[in-house]
Design a protein around this ligand. Structure first.
Ligand SMILES: [Zn+2]
Length: 389
């Protein structure tokens, strides 16, 4: 199936399933205030599933990932999703993982292949000293936070991390899931701290794709996706079992470093190799399909936006999946309509049926994050109708 028809059929399928949940402006306003006061409880989980094609993800019936997409993961959570996000032009894991972690394209981070520089101890050409992983940004801004990066590929583990704890569970997705679940539950013997930002990287899907072919029609590949979905389910279960889960404000981001082809290869940058899923689930995510084409470099700024850290100016990505609530009849309401933003219940805005983020939309803030220019300024007396992401 061509990517365009996959996207179209997914749009039709998900458009029906992920109709936005209408909430009145007063409720949204309350949510906005609540969000502003909950910074201490904001937490991040990033899940990378190596070599995951979006059409295969849906063909596999990955129920746990689907629950993040359709907003049934937990009460109060919503999923913003794209089945047509873009990996790097060079559809290899080294460049892809580097882009995900550093928020910049390979022209900046310098990793153009999986070639390993033994002397440097990491990918050849890497400029990680200049483009650090997003954990370094979080830790610099908020050193009191507990941050953990877990990976299964030793080459990815060689990417320097600013995380408080970086662990390699070599080639063992099951151990990775167990480790993540224990850390979330507070039962890991080597990591008793309560995590604020956690990154997990699964690799068996890539292995299965190489062996059976990356295709929604290859059983071995779909079996691997279902297996990793179960492992992700165990992590989500541990997350939801946390004593303070009801008060916490989690953002869960899921994507992949590349897709793949039925011949078992993923090098070459063709659409089926470059197209990946991109998911942001949180209390303020916009439920439905994202407009435009998110890129894997959007992971880092998306996490930083949630954690309240300013994205470095060098970043190529932008925050995705945020809910921009606009007030009826206000200046912000006009701005929202002009930019195709979601309309609160009771306004005349046309229901977007899932396509809620207009392509090329301009972010609006009631006060601009440090170092950024707001596209719209609001009167100081105006209540905060817009939730900055
Ligand atoms: Zn990969």
């Amino acid at each position: 199936m061509k990517v365009a028809s996959i996207v179209l059929s997914l749009g039709l399928l998900l458009g029906a399933a992920v109709v936005p949940r209408d909430r009145g402006p007063s409720v949204d306003r309350e949510a906005s205030r609540e969000h502003r006061t909950s910074a201490a409880l904001r937490k991040s989980l990033v899940i990378i599933v190596d070599g995951l094609r979006p059409d295969a993800l849906h063909a596999a019936g990955a129920q746990h990932i689907e629950s993040l997409i359709d907003g049934t993961f937990a009460p109060g959570y919503r999923g913003a999703y794209s089945p047509s996000a873009q990996a790097e032009e060079v559809t290899l894991s080294g460049p892809g993982h580097s882009s995900i972690l550093t928020g910049v394209h390979l022209g900046k981070h310098g990793v153009a292949s999986n070639a390993f520089d033994a002397k440097a101890g990491t990918f050849s050409g890497a400029r990680y000293e200049r483009y650090r992983d997003y954990f370094a940004v979080i830790e610099a801004a908020r050193p009191e936070l507990h941050t953990v990066r877990l990976v299964t590929w030793d080459a990815t583990h060689s990417i320097p991390s600013g995380a408080g704890k970086a662990m390699l569970l070599k080639d063992d997705d099951a151990a990775l899931a167990l480790t993540a679940a224990r850390i979330l539950a507070g039962t890991h013997p080597d990591y008793p701290e309560d995590p604020d930002a956690l990154f997990v990287f699964f690799s068996d899907t890539d292995n299965a794709g190489h062996q059976h072919g990356f295709s929604p029609a290859r059983r071995g590949y779909l079996d691997a996706i279902r297996k990793v979905d179960e492992q992700i389910g165990s992590i989500l279960s541990a997350l939801k079992s946390r004593p303070d889960f009801a008060r916490e404000d989690w953002q869960i981001v899921l994507t992949s470093d590349h897709g793949g082809a039925p011949d078992g290869r993923h090098d070459g940058g063709t659409p089926e190799k470059r197209t990946v899923p991109f998911l942001v689930t949180s209390r303020i995510a916009t439920q439905g399909l994202m407009g435009g084409r998110p890129e894997i470099v959007d992971v880092a700024p998306t996490v930083l936006a949630h954690m309240g850290s300013t994205a470095p100016a060098v970043y190529d990505g932008r925050a995705q999946g945020c809910l921009h609530v606009v007030a009826s009849g206000s200046q912000s309401g006009k701005a929202g309509r002009n930019r195709g933003e979601r309309q609160p219940a009771g306004t005349t805005g046309k229901s977007s049926k899932g396509f809620e983020n207009s392509p090329n939309r301009t972010d609006v803030y009631d006060s601009p994050p440090a170092g950024q220019r707001a596209s719209i300024r609001f009167r100081p007396t105006e209540p905060p109708y817009i939730i900055p992401c």
